[in-house]
Design a protein around this ligand. Sequence first.
Ligand code: 13P
Ligand code: SF4
Length: 312
Amino acid sequence: MPMTGVDLTADILALKRERNAVILAHNYQVKEIQELADFVGDSLGLSYKAAETDAEVIAFCGVHFMAETAKIVNPTKTVVLPDLDAGCSLSESCPADKLGAYLEAHRDRNFYVVAYINCSAGVKALSDVICTSGNAVKIVESVPKDRNILFVPDQNLGAWVTEQTGRPMELWKGNCYVHVEFTRQSIEKIRATCPGSPVVAHPECTYAVRMLADEVCSTEKMVSYCKSSPAQSFIIATESGMLHRLRREIPGKEFIAGPTDHCACADCRYMKMNTLEKLHDALLNLSPEITLPEPLRARAELPIRRMLELSK
Ligand code: 13P
Ligand code: SF4
C-alpha cells in the first residue's frame, strides 16, 4: 500500500530522531517540507543554523550550494541533500575555472572578491568574503576602501548593493533564471488589480522591477517587513514557496504571488526537486551525501567564517 503524507511525515520524524538529525529548509521549499522542518529560513539564517547545530546529521532541504555550505562549516557531520540534482542557475553562471582565469588575467586590479553565497565551493575558495541577500550591503561596506571589488555571480544583486552603498563594483554577468522572469509589465499589471498593496521584491530581480518595488529585501526580511507594515495585502516578487512561509507566519494578511509574463507565479525547478519521499530516503540511507576534498573545504570555509563574523 502506498504511504500517505501523514505516514511519511511520521516516518521522517522517527528517522530524524534515530539519526540525531536536524532538518533545515529554505523558504522556497514545498509546503510539506517547510511544515516538518526544524528551521525554515533564508540563506543567512540557514548558514547560522548549520554552523551552530550539534546534530550528527544535517538533512538540508534546499539547493546544492546551500547543503555544500553546511558541509564546509561542519566537516565531521553527515550532510544529505534529498536530490543531488537540485542545482542553481546563478551558481552555474560562474564556474570556478572561469573565475580563476579572470582573476589571473586581471592580477593588476588586485580584486577583493565578494561572492554571493549562491556559488560553488570552488568559487567560495577563490573569494575573500561571502555574502547573502540579507547582509550584502553590510559586507560590501566592510571591504577596505582602497580595494577594487569584483562581485560574483549575480549582477542584479550586485547592482542593487551599489545603489545602496554608492560603492562601485565590477559585476560578474550572472543571474537567477527565476527572478529575471518578473518584468515591469507583469508587476504593473498585477498592481493595477490590487492598488495599495506594496510590492516586495527580491534583489535578484532586474532593475526595472526593483524600481517598482516598495521594498527590496532577502526572503527573511520579507517576513519582518510584511509583519510590521500597516498594509493588509502584499505582492511578493520572489519564488512561490515564500508565499507559504508568509501565510503560515502572518495568517491575518493576504499575499499575492508576483506573476511573470507567462505564469501566475514563479517556481524554481531546482528548489522543487526535493520531496517528502526523497527526504525520507535521504535520512534512511544517509545519501545522497555532500562530500568535499579537504583542501578545498578548508579554503572555502575562510570567507564563510568571515561573513558570519561580520554579520553578527
Ligand atoms: P535568500 O537568501 O534571500 O533566501 O535567497 C536565496 C535564493 O536562492 C534566492 O533566489
Ligand atoms: Fe538559484 Fe534562482 Fe533557484 Fe534561488 S531561485 S536557488 S538563485 S535558481
